[in-house]
Design a protein. Structure first.
Lengths: 252, 252
């Protein structure tokens, strides 16, 4: 068979793994998928994700690609890999893409959700699935802050250090909180995200919701570009990578 | 302190326990709560639930009561017990009730939800939280069947045997499916439920959704009173006890 590039859409429970990226002495999503590809094809291949997710972060729709000489039909890879993967990871979709498709570099849009459980008692059912905040949050103020993120801004103040990044400017398309009883869900969509960006944005908006900071202080943070002035990094276990979009990424 | 009766509203992740009721050599919710009461009060007391839930069944709002001579203020029991309970169980609310309140016999209404994930790929995030059904279900037919359950009927055909029951008649107030993308959620509310009743009702409606049985076959099942004619028992891990209601149950 000629070499073919396969695109995967992947769901995982972040609480089961030490994040996406392969590392020594730790169980990661990338490693598990590479191991499953080896099991079903006998090929040792690199599985490249759209980006890393930290330990604890969940995904409904992480995207990755890999190359294979296997004669397994592209759409059948999902079933085949699922039978070889641990229960914490599932391939939702597999399809052939053109050889110039790249899960990371071809991505044009990413969407995340951040879930907060806002009530007094902790929740066994949402334990590793949402950030539990006991004090009542003002969601109207949080939505006012959320709207201020929309557009093209410098997100230096919303990026953890320690990574080689040349540009801190990102374009945010959607940024809003929805409420379902005691569940607050933040949806954010943009052309790209810096390291810990959604978690720092969320932590900053939570401080707005606690009346510790004004909703329009976001504009000051864009200007000052100082991580020390923005809010805390919200915990990993409330974050979900929901979708990664591409332009004309598939042959189908 | 005089003896006081305390009512608890309890959430638990059913996948962590062998059901509600105490049994030998198995970890149960009732046992864990009695142990926690002992830890914080030094009293060995019986915690009586509104009813059993089987292994795997979850609860957002199980209700139980117990009697105590402790001087812990009734509303403070929730925090105190939560610090002594494993992460799979949380007390959402605690309050004093009159001595004739009984979690089981005073209950006037119960509400359950049953969650189905209807898509091809399994879901790591919903793994022990929903019944995964791959084949596309016809939710309109399922809702037609669901409406047929509403009212006062004989549910003999929807009850697992092996329990001493004198009356099989129950009154169902709410019975409907809602759809959120690939998630189907059944909500059912009634004056009481027989053993495995919601799970057999769900299994029967799923057979309707698979076009294996007609929506109006429900009426025949009421008449024939034969468990062998109804559908399969849906798996425990999709079922949630959502709420138990009482009339004038609290002093507050």
């Amino acid at each position: 068979m000629p070499l073919r590039r396969i695109k995967l859409v992947i769901e995982y429970d972040g609480s089961c793994f030490h994040g996406w990226q392969i590392q020594n002495n730790a169980n990661t999503v990338q490693e598990e998928i590479e191991r499953a590809v080896y099991k079903i094809t006998g090929e040792q291949t690199r599985v490249t994700g759209s980006g890393r997710t930290d330990a604890g972060v969940h995904a409904y729709g992480q995207v990755a690609h890999f190359d294979t000489n296997s004669n397994i039909p592209p759409v059948k890879f999902s079933d085949a890999l699922n039978s070889a993967l641990p229960s914490g990871i599932a391939i939702i979709l597999s399809e052939e893409v053109s050889e110039d498709f790249h899960a990371r570099f071809s991505a044009t849009k990413k969407t995340y959700k951040y879930k907060i459980l806002n009530r007094k008692a902790r929740s066994p059912i949402m334990e590793k699935r949402a950030w539990h905040i006991k004090g009542m949050l003002n969601v109207d103020s949080m939505n006012e802050a959320a709207r201020n993120f929309i557009g093209y801004h410098d997100f230096t103040a919303f990026c953890s250090s320690g990574h080689n990044i040349t540009s801190f400017e990102r374009n945010i398309y959607i940024s809003q909180w929805t409420v379902d009883n005691e569940h607050l869900v933040y949806t954010v969509s943009g052309d790209g995200f810096l390291y810990n960006m959604v978690r720092i944005m969320t932590g900053t908006m939570v401080e707005v919701g606690m009346n510790k900071r004004a909703a329009d202080s976001i504009f000051e943070l864009f200007e000052k570009k100082d991580r020390n002035l923005s809010g805390i990094t919200a915990p990993a276990h409330g974050l979900y990578l929901v979708e990664v979009n591409y332009e004309q990424d598939t042959r189908n």
